[in-house]
Design a protein around this ligand. Sequence first.
Ligand code: ZN
Length: 319
Amino acid sequence: MEPIFVKPVLKETLWGGTRLAAEFGYETTSDHVGESWAISAHKNGDCTVYTHSGDSPYEGKYLSQLWAENHDLFGRAEGESFPLLVKFIDARDDLSIQVHPDDEYAGKYENGSYGKTECWYILDNTGDGKIIVGHNAKDKAELCDMIDNGRWNELIRQVPCKKGSFFQIVPGTVHAIKNGTFLIEIQQSCDVTYRLYDYDRLQNGKPRELHLDKAKDVITVPANPAENETRLVFEDTKGNKITEMISCEYYTVRHIEVTGELQIERGKGRNFDLISIISGEGFVNDVPVKKGDNLIIPCSEKAGGKITLSGEIELMQTY
Ligand code: ZN
């Protein structure tokens, strides 16, 4: 079955910039686009789909509709709603310092929402080469004191961040993307954020809401280490390279560089694979793709079903 392309939903934000339009050719008149929800069936940004041939029965449908009405496309993947969300983020300015709840907390206090485990692959950093992951408080009392007294510089842990860096942000991790960072984020489909500090900025004349009590509830103390260093790498003699960045209970993410041709394994169960092209152009299963394209490879029951990639492309595979 041919790949299904997903049309991004662009989000204007206080801190957004112009790189998504400039680099990926996305259409917008805004100069404050912070996020492109590239593959999403979340109610706050439900993407529509299309195919290269233009004659599939799915043209123009919402991804949430496909999940509900054409579930065979996703094989035996379970869940009431499409579980993943892929975003591109262009931070012209700093994002708020924040934390997300886990499934249990979100389910209880956020109307049954999923929690949020997210990960970042850094596409570029033109800022100070740092990102905020974790904190320096040794126990809950110190954490609360630092928050209550606005000791942000002492609280936050800044770690090096450059093109190619990768961070897994589990629930309870204090984090913030800093200005100049351009990245792809893969996460559970959840839009619950507890904001700790927003640099005293105003949006439409008012400060954005903070959620200090919930943040204190969910922050892990002491913090976990920032970057996970173990990677599985497969490289062939022709210059093709597959790097497994993370495999957790919610997703597996691989970074793949193709020069010429490469066949890759489908994700476990071959239910569905998500492909996001981060640079170059080429073909996925014989369909032309370019930087900024996002696709779903539907379920394949075929034993040994593989995905064929060709051209000069760099992409993320998620399943
Ligand atoms: Zn986050």
